[in-house]
Design a protein around this ligand. Structure first.
Ligand code: WT7
Length: 647
């Protein structure tokens, strides 16, 4: 019996150590009851720890499903993340410790960051960007991405970060949806030894983005990335920054002014622009970074997420900087040049808090314990997990081989829409169970409901949020109806539907069960099956497609696409590869299907709806990979019969 099996078999729970509890920001279990009694007063407590230009007059205005938090207040997010620290001893404290994949390193103090943000804010103003304008950011994981976000926040421009792994078409659609006036990009970025030619991809997008007036290009620092600069449109970041004034007064923003848009996949073919506003979002990030990650001034905190995802927005940039933390940022892959790159980084900088995704943990498990064992990781004191349910085996492995049985693990459930962590242990209070996200954060009202909207006190159902919370999304950009339909119509307009299944155990612990809608979680990335299907049917040889997830050892789920081809088209291995590349080109490499299964027909209901549930069963079954059997129409026909019997 392995160590992992032993820990699992005992059905063990893990208590925070007395030492951790003694030093934690929060260790009094009474906070839960106090927050539940008066959530608004509870949130207001954190608001007093932020810096305001004008105070709020009301904590919450709730006209379901529309919420306003800290009504009447004025503040600036960049001033809360920078100016406030620069006025103290933190002026010379490291804000970002950055490492590029090729091994280049930079450290920016709070003063450095403050100064660069002010300068870039002036650059943006100089290019005509004003409060409310949208700015698209398509960048590798370099400090300039955070500088650009904070510069937007400083002048009240709305940023829309597009993950550097997305395709030119995805970038184009996001720019157009938001009608962005300016794009900040880079010559490229490094990933697994290769170069992602961001500017080149951006140029492809820019051919069809009439709203873009200016493009600012960051030089990532190497001459091996060829760049074409278009006269009159494209400017180098370093040239604009050279000589830009050092002072830029922060724009007084209303609590409910828009801070950013971040596109995420939903149940249709079109990604949704999730809108976050100023005060509530900042407060949610601030409060959870402080209480969940227990961040203190001597910590070295590392969230390994790319800033292109919400995790990076909230827990690489806004949450930790609002707390004055020292944040590690690493551009590249965990296995480059060796499979201990992450552990090397933890050793080099003395990382104390490490936040990553289960898919990464499962890859580390597969690579073996020798890699982490060779490194000194004795500085670690707290570990986090996010992105998908963590299987108990991975949890225990993380606990043994990275946490060395000493670090509490916080498994944090949240979404792009929730803005900040909602279900999580508090590391100085909560007894943890491997695989459970444990309890709602104080002030958060979560329930498990059945389809009829009845509460399930113990057992499985749908995860719902029954009260508004400060960092909640305020809408879908340009699509107010979809906001109501998608999130607030499942049961009633004051109950938020998460799209996740959950189970409550006898102790009232939450166990997340994954998505219940047509959204898949592949390697911690959210992918709408409809988006992949749209990309596939866009190919001239494809008649129809249905995409489902099948369990995958490392990625959690793998993408499995059933495809019917047009009359006269022969399916082949080569066509399968062509279709995979097509999807990668349309959406981005993260959406490349793992399997293409050619089918003569897709199983449908009488009303013509594709039965994905059935396809999931096929995808999970032994026949998977054996495309000859699956391509046989009788297989599908038999399944269709089976379905009709059931219905
Ligand atoms: C979906 C949201 C929020 C950070 C990154 C993902 C899944 C996220 C957990 C967790 C179980 C989780 C859910 C959720 N998810 N964290 N700790 N346990 N599931 O953000 O792209 O908006 O995806 O990720 O299914 O709905 P996102």
């Amino acid at each position: 019996m392995s160590e992992i099996d032993a820990l699992l078999r005992e059905d063990r729970t893990f208590e925070p150590s007395a030492d951790f509890r003694a030093k934690a920001h929060v260790s009094d279990p009474g906070v839960y009851a106090r927050a539940a009694e008066n959530p608004e007063a509870f949130w207001e407590g954190f608001a007093h720890e932020l810096e305001w230009i004008e105070p709020w007059s009301r904590v919450l205005e709730w006209n379901p499903p529309h919420a306003k938090w800290f009504v009447g207040g004025k503040l600036n997010v960049s001033a809360n993340c920078l100016d406030r620290h620069v006025r103290t001893w933190r002026r010379n404290k490291a804000a970002f410790i950055w490492e590029g994949e090729p091994g280049d390193r930079r450290t920016l103090t709070y003063f450095d960051l403050y100064r660069q943000v002010c300068q870039f804010a002036n650059v943006l103003k100089g290019l005509g960007i004003r409060k409310g304008d949208r700015v698209a950011l398509y960048m590798p994981l370099v400090p300039e991405l955070a500088v650009a976000m904070l510069a937007c926040a400083r002048i009240g421009a709305v940023h829309s970060v597009v993950f550097g792994g997305f395709s030119a078409e995805s970038l184009r659609d996001r720019i157009n949806d938001a009608q962005a006036r300016l794009l900040v990009t880079a010559d490229g970025g490094y990933r697994r030894g290769g170069i992602i030619p961001l500017k080149q991809m951006a140029d492809e997008a820019l051919a069809e983005t009439p709203s873009i007036e200016h493009v600012v290009v960051v030089r990532r620092g190497y001459s091996d990335i060829p760049v074409h600069m278009k006269e009159g449109r494209d400017r180098w970041y370093h040239e604009l920054m050279d000589g830009a004034p050092f002072e830029c007064a922060p724009e007084p923003m209303d609590s409910e002014d828009m801070l950013y848009i971040l596109y995420t996949s939903g149940t249709t073919g079109k990604p949704k622009g999730i809108v976050h506003t100023t005060a509530g979002y900042l407060l949610g990030c601030y409060a959870t970074t402080k209480w969940v990650f227990d961040v203190k001034d001597d910590d070295v905190y590392w969230c390994s997420a790319d800033i292109g995802w919400v995790t990076g927005h909230s827990y690489v940039v806004y949450g930790p900087l609002a707390n004055g933390a020292t944040v590690v940022m690493y551009e590249g892959a965990p296995d480059w040049p060796q499979k201990d790159r992450f552990w090397e980084i933890i050793e080099r900088y003395g990382v104390t808090i490490f936040y990553t995704a289960p898919t990464a943990i499962r890859a580390f498990m597969r690579w073996g314990t020798d890699w982490p064992a060779r490194r000194d990781m004795s500085t670690l004191r707290l570990l986090g997990s996010v992105g998908e349910p963590i299987n108990p085996e991975a949890w225990v492995w993380y606990h043994l081989h990275i946490g060395r049985e000493r670090c509490p693990i916080v498994d944090t459930w949240w979404q792009t829409e929730t803005g900040s962590i909602l279900i999580t242990p508090l590391p100085g209070i909560t007894r943890t169970k491997p695989g459970s996200a444990t309890q709602p954060f104080p002030g958060i009202s979560a329930k498990v409901l059945n389809h009829a909207g009845e509460e399930v006190p113990v057992g499985g159902g749908l995860l719902a949020l029954t009260k508004p919370w400060p960092s909640m999304l305020r809408g879908i950009y340009g699509d107010p109806d979809r906001y109501v339909q998608q999130y607030w119509s499942r049961w009633s307009k004051d109950i938020y539907f998460t799209g996740d299944g959950a189970k409550l155990d006898d102790d009232g612990y939450y166990w997340l069960l994954g998505r219940v809608d047509d959204v898949l979680n592949v390697a911690g990335h959210r992918i709408g099956t409809m988006e992949v299907e749209s990309a596939l049917v866009d190919h001239p040889k494809v008649a129809e497609s249905a995409v489902v997830g099948r369990p995958h050892q490392i990625k959690g789920h793998a993408l499995c696409a059933f495809v019917t081809v047009k009359e006269g088209v022969y399916h082949s291995e080569a066509l399968a590869d062509e279709l995979k590349s097509h999807v990668a080109h349309k959406i981005g490499a993260i959406a490349r299907p793992d399997d293409i299964i050619f089918a003569a027909d897709l199983p449908k209901t009488r009303s013509g709806k594709i039965m994905r549930r059935l396809l999931r069963d096929i995808a999970e079954g032994k026949t998977l990979g054996d495309t000859t059997t699956l391509a046989d129409p009788s297989v599908v026909a038999r399944l269709r019969e089976q379905y009709q019997e059931e219905a």
